[in-house]
Write a protein that binds this ligand. Structure first.
Ligand code: C5P
Length: 249
């Protein structure tokens, strides 16, 4: 079996604060992206890792990865990404080896995902599921708000400001927070990108399984892991350093 991983790492990571792209921030002296590549390469079924770099940064990312040894030998490709996450994944798929029987898509921003989570996702795809997502129950209660009106700004990424009216409270027991790596039968993900090309930005799916769902294919969840959290805000860097420190003991 041959599992290939696409790591989209072309985002700027503005929520982490100003400065260098998120994937290049250091965690214990090693770039977040390198942690993510190492986490994927540590899984025994993984033979190929395709890193999607910022559009003008492929050479720099290649040089950076060459400086850092991997835990196992894998074929490592670096390709330039696009302006949306979906576009970056599509560009990564173009480098997918023809003999891959599982493709994983893993956020560079989830550097600490345990190997067992990665292997569980890949195994569920090999067992026949077209799309597999690691997920955890939601601990916060979640409120729904109205969609912004025409000309309104996106509220999803806004912090603070005006009070916002609540329109509903979904039953928390029926919600799951999804993580990566998400796993796919290669044809399912390739087909989704072919058929949903052009959708992007606000219309685009916010995760890869969302695209496969739109084709009407079944998507299943497997248990995620709390260490697979996404490094998004400054506090997440503190948490990530603490997890690494605990692993060294
Ligand atoms: O912004 P967010 O944290 O949701 O990004 C998730 C992942 O998608 C990150 O690893 C980021 O680098 C990647 N991404 C990308 N190309 C973009 C935007 C985001 O590869 N244009």
């Amino acid at each position: 079996p041959h599992t290939a991983v696409i790591i989209p790492a072309a985002g700027r990571g503005v929520r982490l604060g100003p400065g260098i792209p998120k994937a290049l921030r250091l965690l214990n002296g090693v770039p977040i992206l390198v942690h993510a590549v190492r986490a994927m390469a540590a899984a025994r079924s993984v033979a190929t890792v395709i890193v999607v770099a910022p559009p003008d940064g492929a050479e720099g990312v290649r040089a950076l990865l060459d400086e850092h040894p991997l835990p196992r030998p894998v074929a490592l490709h670096v390709v330039p990404g696009g302006s949306t996450r979906q576009e970056s994944v599509r560009l990564g798929l173009a480098a997918l080896p023809a003999d891959a029987d599982v493709v994983l898509v893993h956020d560079a921003a989830r550097p600490l995902v345990p190997v067992d989570t990665t292997e569980a996702v890949a195994a569920a795809v090999r067992d026949g599921a077209p799309a597999v997502v690691p997920a955890l129950p939601v601990t916060d209660t979640v409120k729904q708000i109205a969609a912004p009106g025409p000309g309104g700004t996106s509220r999803t990424k806004s912090q603070g400001g005006e009070p916002v009216p609540v329109t509903g409270t979904p039953d928390r027991a029926l919600l799951r927070a999804v993580q990566t790596p998400q796993g796919f039968a290669p044809d399912a993900l390739l087909d989704a990108h072919r058929r949903l090309a052009g959708l992007g930005g606000e219309e685009g799916a916010t995760d890869d399984a969302g695209m496969v769902e739109r084709l009407g294919l079944p998507v299943v969840l497997v248990p995620g892991h709390e260490e697979a959290f996404k490094v998004t805000r400054p506090l997440d860097l503190v948490l990530a350093e603490a997890v690494l420190a605990r692993r060294r003991i």
